[in-house]
Design a protein around this ligand. Structure first.
Ligand code: AMP
Ligand code: ZN
Ligand code: FE
Ligand code: FE
Length: 292
């Protein structure tokens, strides 16, 4: 089922395979008319996405980001939409996060060498290209070197949080990240809550994050099943969070991959998000469809 909106996608500026322009084109071809590019801890792909959006009169592009945060025992990703991505303090903070990603990736490569699964730093850099380096780039180098057969296998054998090659990096807590996003006029949404539900601390976390200024939660995410969607919609409603969603498209393949727009996200919650952005004076930071 195709959705008119997709609020969570990645490009070559983080660990996605398509350039921002290619992503915009693919999303448009798939029927998406409201898109947000949400690369990991980086906004450098947004200029290209905005110029690509100009090709389509009936297309809205929301500036976005996905920020990684840590809670004890788990990772929490927060999406920021309608951010003022030119803010110098914000950009300086993102640069520091990029540096910490680089250092961490180098240390993971060293671990892999020690584990007898050598890959070269140059190949990781090659896969990362111009953007934020992440574990998927290390996974691609492991596949290329023949140590694993797929990105998924690289994660399950080496790179996951409990894997032998995993190294942590500097991260803010989710409340701090929400504050950072609010400072630049963004609207904060909790991404892919399934792991947090499984860990059993989602209810208390939602209460804390709501108090910190969270306004949305992903409910219509990638491979979530109808009964999971029901569970998360109910949770979002009880915590007065807008039930949003996205494909989290990376273009790296794999069994759970969904194309941009290939999620059952209804338009009403997206309209709520747009209305809230308007209320906060943030709507002007999106490129709004000019054809009606
Ligand atoms: P990083 O930002 O370097 O911590 O890498 C995290 C990213 O790796 C996530 O945003 C996902 O896109 C990707 N990822 C996490 N687990 C897996 C997995 N099992 N298979 C493929 N990609 C994954
Ligand atoms: Zn990613
Ligand atoms: Fe994520
Ligand atoms: Fe993502």
């Amino acid at each position: 089922m195709g959705s008119l909106a997709d609020l969570h996608c990645h490009s070559t500026f983080s660990d996605g395979r398509l350039t921002p322009a290619e992503l915009v084109d693919l999303a448009y071809r798939n029927g998406v008319r409201i898109l947000s590019l949400t690369d990991h801890d980086i906004v450098d792909g947004l200029p290209e996405a905005f110029s690509a959006a100009e090709r389509y009169a009936d297309f809205t592009l929301i500036p976005g980001i996905e920020m990684s945060t840590d809670v004890p025992g788990n990772e929490v990703h927060i999406l920021g939409h309608f951010i003022d991505w030119h803010n110098p303090t914000f950009l300086a903070r993102l640069r520091r996060l990029q540096e910490s990603r680089l250092n961490r990736a180098r240390r993971m490569v060293e671990r892999l060498v020690q584990l007898g699964k050598p890959i070269s730093w140059e190949r990781v850099q090659f896969f990362a290209g111009e953007g934020a380096v992440g574990r998927p780039h290390i996974a691609l180098a492991l596949v290329e070197a023949g140590h694993v057969t797929s990105v998924n296998e690289a994660f399950s054998l080496y790179l996951s949080r409990n894997g032998p090659a995993y190294v942590t990096r500097d991260r803010l807590g989710p409340e701090e990240v929400i504050a950072v996003l609010l400072e630049v006029g963004g609207l904060a949404t909790l991404a892919h809550p399934r792991e947090l539900l499984a860990a059993g601390n989602l209810e208390s976390l939602l209460a804390v994050l709501k108090a910190a200024g969270l306004t949305g939660m992903e409910v219509y995410y990638k491979d979530y099943l109808p009964e999971e969607i029901d569970t998360f919609r109910d949770l979002a409603s009880r915590h007065e969070l807008i039930p949003l969603g996205g494909s989290d498209y990376h273009g790296l393949g794999g069994p759970q991959q969904k194309e941009p727009g290939d999620i059952p996200l209804p338009i009403e919650p997206v309209q709520k998000l747009l209305a809230l952005a308007r209320e906060r004076g943030a709507l002007e930071r999106a490129r709004i469809a000019h054809a009606r």
